[in-house]
Write a protein that binds this ligand. Structure first.
Ligand SMILES: CC(C)(COP(=O)(O)OP(=O)(O)OC[C@H]1O[C@@H](n2cnc3c(N)ncnc32)[C@H](O)[C@@H]1OP(=O)(O)O)[C@@H](O)C(=O)NCCC(=O)NCCS
Length: 330
């Protein structure tokens, strides 16, 4: 079974609740129907009741199996507005501003996650990544011990060396443009947690660079070396190494010659890229040249799960991302 199928099966066993804030989008309605018929999760749709009712009829979604909430007149509106004012008190926002913000489905959905009314939120079919992230960062906030929200891509490579459907996590390919050493370390920790939550595999983390163990000196290399030092000090439990060139990270024979003492030994399954250029370019290259499947961006580092969709997503993509969001809770 490939990794995504396993993730979907594991998600079903959790019997969790999700909110899909973009409830007036036909693809979301169709995804809700699939999520329910596959018994993956209980679904709450946000949006205008009449509009959702009309779409549900068109797409044969049985609304008796879904919860529909209109943030404009929701029973919890005042509760969420007061909470948001408290959260943003340093920004001096007015009650009117807070009300207008919480009435937006992305913020209302994030509040439902924050208040444990649901386990995860999945949105982004009609909103940008930035919009989805901003609502999640402001309302849900960061996981303890993590200093930045980031993302990873799950890359399934059809054949790598002797393995079929070999899975790697690449980070960060979508969120943090120029991470400093502390942020790189945090991205590595979040990605390790993502691997454990989604795949139940032992993370073997390589922090990548154009240098292997001092073969080159440059401030970009120093940034990665410092991130490895932070990780070794603060997370001695993690199997992590760097700075490594990617061949020394994923090819055991090359690791033997370039980094003979590496704890990873050329068997890395998590690749941490030094910046967003490297991460984004690498995942797309792997996708195109190795015919790999890229699943993501998987948003990580939030206190509770909120996940992003590509605006070009299909209803099936929404179901897949929902299963990931469910497992991100741990
Ligand atoms: C995360 C993101 C939405 C923040 O955008 P922004 O609102 O312009 O960010 P700012 O730099 O003005 O920061 C706003 C707040 O968010 C916080 N913040 C920004 N990025 C953050 C991150 N990655 N993790 C945690 N907090 C973050 C800032 O600290 C700031 O906090 P404050 O409101 O308490 O002062 C932005 O980095 C983004 O759009 N990233 C996605 C990039 C993208 O589109 N990639 C393509 C997808 S493939």
């Amino acid at each position: 079974m490939n990794a995504l199928k396993t993730i979907k099966e594991k998600a079903k066993e959790k019997h969790r609740k999700v909110v899909l804030p973009e409830g007036t989008e036909p693809r979301v309605i169709r995804a809700a129907k699939k999520i329910i018929s596959e018994q993956m999760a209980q679904v709450t749709l946000l949006g205008d009741e009449k509009e959702i009712e009309k779409l549900a009829k068109e797409h044969s979604l049985d609304l008796s199996q879904v919860r529909v909430i209109n943030p404009q007149n929701a029973a919890d509106l005042n509760l969420f507005v007061d909470d948001f004012m408290e959260l943003r008190k340093k920004k001096n926002i007015t009650k009117e501003e807070a009300t207008q913000t919480i009435k937006q489905p992305l913020y209302f959905g994030a509040m439902m996650v924050r208040h444990d009314q649901v386990d995860a939120s999945v949105a982004g079919s009609i909103h940008t990544t930035g919009d989805v992230l901003r609502a999640a960062i402001q309302v849900i906030g960061l996981k303890e011990g993590i200093n930045t929200v980031s993302s990873c891509f799950m890359m399934t490579v059809p054949k790598y060396r002797n393995e079929v459907n070999k899975v790697f996590l690449y980070a960060d390919g979508a969120v943090v443009p120029n991470p400093n050493s502390e942020q790189l370390a945090s991205i590595a920790v979040s990605t390790a947690q993502t691997m454990e939550n989604l795949l139940g595999m032992e993370p073997k983390i390589a922090l990548l660079s154009f240098s292997t163990k001092g073969s080159a000196s440059h401030s970009d290399v120093t940034k990665v070396v410092k991130a490895v030092e932070i990780l070794k000090k603060e997370h001695p439990e993690l199997k992590v190494d760097g700075e490594l060139q990617v061949d020394a990270a994923i090819v055991p024979e090359i690791a033997k010659s370039k980094a003979p003492d590496s704890v990873i030994g050329g068997e890395a399954n998590i690749l941490i890229f030094p910046d967003l250029d490297a991460g984004n370019i690498s995942y797309k290259l792997t996708q195109r040249l190795a015919n790999a499947t890229a699943t993501g961006p998987i948003i990580q580092g939030l206190a509770k799960p909120a996940n992003d969709l590509s605006r070009g997503c299909s209803d099936e993509d929404i179901v897949d991302v929902t299963s990931i969001a469910i497992l991100m809770k741990g």
